[in-house]
Write a protein that binds this ligand. Structure first.
Ligand code: SF4
Length: 754
């Protein structure tokens, strides 16, 4: 047993009293999110928090970390003065395995290439009481769903798709490593009280439609920004009609609409999943408090009264969707997709189709996809695209192998990749003849920003359910609609694919020989954490310098980024993943994907010291060597995408002093604050246009920096003229302390030293 039933029982024992007290305090019925949030306050409150305004301190039940982000989180935790984590925590080795030749070879190669990182993570987990999931055990969110997620719980994870656990009714939020350090250190974790979006699901899905299509449709409605600062709560009879793993898919992809997390109420489907994943005791404990694990009945009756926004989707009418390219909110119902492909001149030929990942590798997903692969065999169609299968965990992989599903995929040429992120995070040595050739791929993953999967700007990546991905792979074309179209088989006959059929859960139960879990030492005091001083991949951290106590003057403009600037643009993944534990080395990727507004080029900015154009990191290193700070200017939703705090630490490490943008993605804004960086927004968005390439920039008002105040930015232009304007911030008292101390970790260390 790897989960902590006593901890869960403790949460449930306190739940009824906390829910009742909250109901009384708010004086009205409660949504599910409110029940869980108020039950996880770090300290009780006598007054309600205001959604979208109040900063609230929470006490999450768990922490999960994936290997790419765990390195920096644990390097930070090491320096905070504790000898054991304060809450149950786990590390999952999933991001560093490159997909190239299939599971066995790729896993062996990863164990070799990443040995020092795995040794570090294994030893530090052992020392500080952290559960360690070895390479090959599976992808963090799938492993969490199978082992740790529980209805009514609250967790944070150092990965933006942590909300996957909402499929089991848990508030699960993606954060940066610095937040994980807070919770593992036993300190409160702070979040602005989220607003609530209610999604009412009526009807029931059938045929080709699956849970993925719900979130693909929601992404089209809300866009990549529409969920920002919100918890999305799904309810209605439609919500209870489909599997817990389907719910997890929806919650997982809530990250693609910027949602803080997504959530379903506890139901029989969750109970079934808990029981089949060896947690009958959790199901029984949840059953005993089940009325507290769903919204109050009055909320169902009049949702507009309790949610800030309500969306209604009739599952009876829901079509399968394909979203993309380049953004997950470009939503096309399958009936309109072929036309969109033609009108937009997207490459019709489908070169690679990839199913699985943390988002869509449930037994249901795989068995439904396998039913289509079987039809490809039986109907003489074969598979026209390259086809890969990424199981989300060893538990799933072993079970689908036992049940013959992997064999079915093998018969159509499917390649089973390691139980790891692989192509989903750019860890993909794709075999392609010409990397500049426009080409199309489709995945059942969650994210499809340019270059995300294979590092190629020429790749048009689309996202769909595993069933649609498989059907399109059989056709080898993006313009195929399996609901209406026929395909020519090898005998020249026109054949149609039947609707996919599968099993929500394995009839014979799940099975596994070695799930890949390593329990920590009972007493870790003598365990040595392994970091070589010569390492190019791991580097012990030195604290950032405290604020100098004055306004910041004479800062250089490093880059004025134009358009989308995600954390992938700020700190690219793919080949850079290997440096996630080495701040100085990974800083060589800082902002290399951002588009310079002055020349529309990436990684080409003017060095004001030489007048020459050069790479962004090298230019910043030159400023740092000259003792100069700099400012990064950005557009809307700056830092959307992942939770990686490297995107905040790199500019901090290289001497950037402020990020000034039209708007921020939530996690990135918090990460910047944690690292002692100034995260500022234009009070008037048109002031973005005033920023010129050769500006020297002053930031004034820091000596009277208080919550709710504005700061002033002065642009000293090269021709001697000036522009001066107000900028906003969202720092509270605590966050201003972080800024002054040079970062949150400096504050924590000082507190433990007292
Ligand atoms: Fe891994 Fe992709 Fe899931 Fe992130 S979204 S955890 S990269 S599989």
């Amino acid at each position: 047993m790897v989960f902590d039933i006593d901890m869960i029982k403790g949460v449930y024992a306190a739940l009824p009293g906390k829910v009742e007290a909250t109901r009384k305090m708010l004086g009205r019925p409660l949504t599910l999110a409110e029940k869980i949030l108020y039950a996880h306050l770090f300290a009780p409150t006598a007054t309600p928090y205001e959604r979208g305004k109040s900063y609230v301190e929470f006490a999450p039940d768990r922490v999960a970390m994936q290997d790419a982000t765990a390195q920096m989180a644990l390097l930070q935790f090491m320096t905070c003065g504790r000898d054991k984590v304060a809450v149950p925590s786990t590390v999952h080795c999933d991001h560093l395995i490159q997909a190239e030749n299939g599971a066995a070879k790729d896993l062996a190669a990863a164990n070799n290439t990443n040995k020092e990182v795995y040794d570090f993570l294994s030893s530090i987990s052992d020392k500080y009481g952290i559960g360690f999931w070895k390479p090959g055990a599976g992808i963090i969110h799938q492993v969490v769903l199978e082992n740790y997620a529980f209805p009514g719980g609250m967790m944070i994870g150092t990965d933006s798709h942590t909300p996957n656990a909402g499929g089991l009714g848990m508030i699960a939020i993606g954060v940066g490593g610095a937040d994980a350090v807070d919770v593992m250190a036993g300190l409160p974790w702070e979040l602005k009280m989220p607003k609530l979006i209610g999604v009412k699901l009526t009807g029931k899905m059938s045929g080709w439609t699956s849970a993925k299509d719900i979130i693909l449709k929601v992404a089209g409605i809300l866009t990549v920004k529409g969920g920002t600062g919100c918890i999305v709560e799904y309810f209605g009879e439609g919500a209870d009609s489909f599997s817990a793993t389907g719910k997890a898919t929806i919650c997982n992809m809530g990250a693609e609409i910027g949602a803080t997390c997504s959530l379903f109420g506890y139901d029989e489907k969750m109970g079934d999943y808990l029981k089949l994943t060896s947690r009958a005791d959790v199901a029984a404990a949840a059953d005993a408090v089940k009325e507290h694990l769903r919204p109050d009945a009055e909320v169902y009756a009049d949702p507009a009264k309790y949610y800030d926004q309500v969306i209604e989707i009739n599952l009876d009418e829901l079509e399968p969707y394909v979203n993309g390219p380049f953004t997950p909110d470009l939503a096309w119902p399958i009936s309109k997709f072929a036309q969109a492909v033609k009108e937009n001149n997207w490459p019709e030929k489908l070169e690679v189709a990839l199913i699985g990942s943390c988002t869509n590798s449930s037994y249901e997903d795989i068995s439904r996809s396998a039913s289509l692969a079987q039809q490809a065999i039986d109907k003489g169609l074969g598979m026209k695209s390259e086809y890969t299968i990424t199981p989300g965990s060893e538990l799933v992989r072993y079970t689908i192998e036992r049940d013959g599903l992997l064999n079915t995929f093998a018969q159509v040429g499917g390649v089973v990749l390691a139980n790891a992120c692989g192509p989903c995070i750019g860890q993909w040595a794709r075999h392609i003849d010409d990397p500049n050739r426009k080409n199309s791929i489709i995945t059942s993953f969650n994210r499809n920003f340019a270059k995300r999967n294979d590092g190629l700007a020429s790749t048009h990546a689309f996202v769909a359910s595993p069933e649609i991905v498989t059907a399109l792979a059989i056709a080898g074309s993006l313009t195929f609609n399996p609901l209406t179209d026929t395909l020519k088989n090898k005998n020249g006959e026109d054949v149609k694919l039947d609707e996919p059929k599968g099993f929500e859960l394995p009839v014979k139960g799940f099975a596994v020989e070695d799930a890949g879990y390593q329990a920590p030492a009972a007493d870790g005091s003598n365990v040595q954490v392994i970091v070589s001083p010569e390492s190019q991949r791991l580097q012990l951290l030195a604290p950032f310098a405290a604020w100098e106590g004055t306004d910041l003057k004479g800062l250089k403009l490093l880059i004025k980024a134009k358009g989308k600037c995600t954390t992938d643009h700020i700190s690219m993944a793919g080949p850079w993943l290997k440096f996630r534990g080495h701040l100085d080395n990974i800083s060589n990727n800082m902002l290399i994907g951002a588009v310079n507004a002055f020349n529309d080029k990436t990684d080409t900015v003017k060095n004001e010291l030489t007048g020459e154009y050069g790479a962004v990191p090298a230019t910043m290193r030159a400023y740092k060597a000259a003792g100069l700070g700099a400012v990064v200017v950005g557009d809307e939703n700056y830092g959307e995408g992942s939770s990686r705090e490297h995107a905040a630490m790199e500019p901090r490490h290289l001497g950037v002093r402020a990020i000034l943008v039209k708007s921020f993605a939530r996690i990135h804004e918090t990460n910047l604050k944690k690292q002692g960086m100034l995260a500022l927004t234009f009070a008037n968005k048109e002031d973005y246009d005033k920023v010129q390439e050769d500006d020297n920039i002053d930031i004034l008002g820091l000596t009277s920096f208080v919550p709710g105040s504005q700061l002033t930015v002065v642009l000293n232009h090269k021709d001697g003229s000036k522009d001066e304007f107000a900028v906003n911030h969202t720092y509270n008292e605590q966050q201003i302390q972080w800024f002054k101390a040079g970062g949150a970790l400096n504050v924590i260390r000082a507190e433990f030293a007292k």
